[in-house]
Write a protein that binds this ligand. Structure first.
Ligand code: ATP
Length: 509
């Protein structure tokens, strides 16, 4: 019996702790004190990540007739990034604190004047969070109290640092020191990691680690159309690592400096109904997220306001996810017009066109781009799946269980095979036989260590949807059945080997 699943008070802390404890995610280079913005995926994490990737690849590429795959190189010709606009424009506004040497993204650093009876008496600042306004208000109240200022404090009016006027900048306190005077005006900071290719170490050898996988699809557009039989509309999809020198990597793996993207460029005719196609892809992406177990209640849409779009963009909608630290972008779906292909045609001198049989004219296709981060999905499924419950056993004892309700599609381990005891030859032989058969197709665990209840708890924390226990009935009674225990309901029933394989076939796809 279990009480309704409850979210712990600090869900993020609980998820980070479980991720470390059970070998999902480690800090990179931990024995050297870690390396900010980089992470390693442990034995369970690597399986979970692979399953997310595989589900996406199967659904996006293999199970569709209109999309093909690609793997382009991480380091590409530097001219690619000039043509795409990344060399000039892939920047974030950076603010330095000259005293603490801390760096902030100006659009994530908020401030407000402290206004008492209509008069500005000082400034407060706070980093962006779910409760930036409350933090600023509390800081303003504390300022007024400390300085014993009389009068009525007006509500704070938060603005981000990019909107600070020149004369305000020296008056805004640094979040690091709490004192004004040390923050620099925002400047553009290019987020691409630079490296040098070849033996020379000068300006001519500068190259970049890709900040997105998308340019690979544009640069290989002609290769794909010339060597395959794709016809519009069609897509090119890629999964791979991207690198961004984020000023403030944060929220665990949500914003890191090395991460993995799953991107798809869907090419359409220049006269096609792009808005309809855009909407269809948003719906597809939402349905896909639900198919891997993300609850609808945690998903929402954010449409980018027209005035914030890049000049070439026709529209961008982000699918947002309710993380413990706030509602944040998970998946961006952008209608990019013909910008990228046109830019590469201009810069390379190689036309990036298709021939329209109907009009007998050449044209540059337009593109819809769904772009998502594997790591952000992984964090979302951990946060949405984590629960702590009070469980009462048959003797009436109450104990806490931690359970990771991961969809069978992506769970790192699909089934755990548990021999009830480990010193009964026939029983162990049957368990090993089943384990060997399951292993050929699925990620499975064999666990014969400790009380059966403890073994179930271990699998609950790892997100394993099913445990099968090989017990005395298996070997003594006719029917060759096992006990199947379901992770979420904790209910048990007897099942045959054929039924178990049928269940897996249906649920793991
Ligand atoms: P943000 O506004 O959060 O910086 P973005 O709009 O720059 O993201 P895109 O360039 O559209 O992101 O990248 C596509 C997807 O790649 C994002 O929706 C996100 O899932 C993922 N992504 C981008 N930057 C990071 C990062 N630093 N760490 C992890 N995932 C990222």
């Amino acid at each position: 019996m279990s009480s309704p699943a409850a979210e712990p008070a600090n869900l993020m802390e609980a998820v980070v702790s479980l991720a470390k404890r059970r070998g999902f995610i480690y800090q990179s280079s931990e024995i050297y004190g870690g390396f900010n913005g980089f992470f390693d995926f442990g034995p369970l994490g690597v399986e979970l990540k692979k399953n997310i990737r595989d589900c996406w690849w199967n659904d996006m590429v293999r199970r569709r007739d209109d999309i093909v795959g690609l793997e382009s190189s991480i380091i590409m010709h530097p001219k690619v990034w000039e043509a795409s606009g990344h060399v000039a424009g892939f920047t974030d506004p950076l603010v330095d604190c000259k005293v603490s040497k801390m760096r902030y993204r100006a659009d994530q650093l908020f401030f407000s004047p402290i206004v008492v009876d209509g008069k500005t008496v000082g400034y407060v600042s706070a980093l962006e969070s779910e409760k930036t306004t409350e933090d600023l208000q509390a800081a303003a109240e504390s300022f007024k109290r400390k300085k014993a200022i009389q009068g009525t404090l007006e509500p704070v009016q938060p603005r981000d640092f990019t909107a600070a006027r020149e004369e305000e900048i020296p008056l805004i306190p640094s979040p690091a020191t709490g004192e004004p005077g040390s923050l620099t005006p925002p400047r553009s900071f290019n987020m691409m990691f630079q490296t040098n290719v070849g033996a020379m170490n000068d300006a001519s050898s500068v190259a970049y680690l890709r900040p997105e996988t998308a340019q690979g699809m544009f640069v290989d557009f002609k290769n794909v159309t010339d060597t395959t039989r794709v016809k519009l509309p069609f897509g090119i999809a890629q999964i791979g690592k991207s690198f961004r020198n984020e000023i403030t990597p944060r929220n665990f793996i949500f914003r890191s400096r090395e991460f993995e993207q799953m991107e798809m460029e869907y090419f359409i005719h220049e006269d096609a109904d792009w808005a309809k196609c855009h909407e269809e892809w948003i719906v597809w992406c939402e349905a896909w997220l639900k198919s891997i177990g993300l609850p609808e209640s945690h998903l929402s849409r954010h449409t980018h306001p027209k005035e914030k779009l890049a000049f070439y963009s026709r529209g961008t909608v982000d699918i947002m996810f309710k993380y413990p630290f706030g509602v944040q972008e998970l998946w961006g779906i952008a209608a990019r017009g013909s910008y990228d292909l046109t830019q590469h045609a201009k810069a390379s001198g190689k036309p990036q066109e298709l021939f329209d049989e109907a009009t007998k004219k050449k044209f540059v296709p337009h593109v819809i781009e769904p772009a998502v981060g594997v790591d952000r999905i992984l964090l979302a499924v951990l946060c949405a799946g984590y629960a702590e419950e009070d469980v009462t056993d048959e003797k009436g004892n109450v104990e806490k269980r931690t359970v990771l309700r991961l969809s069978p599609r992506i769970a790192p381990v699909k089934v755990a095979v548990l021999p009830l005891i480990k010193n009964k030859e026939l029983l162990v032989a049957r368990a090993k036989d089943l384990y060997t058969k399951l292993k050929r197709k699925y990620a499975v665990n064999y666990d014969d260590g400790g009380a059966i209840g403890k073994r179930y708890r271990r699998q609950d924390e790892a997100g394993t949807p099913w445990c099968v226990t090989i017990d005395f009935d298996t070997i003594e009674k006719p029917g060759d059945t096992f006990t199947l225990r379901e992770r979420d309901s904790m209910q048990q029933r007897r099942i045959t080997e054929a039924e178990l394989f049928a269940l897996l076939e249906e649920q793991v796809y």
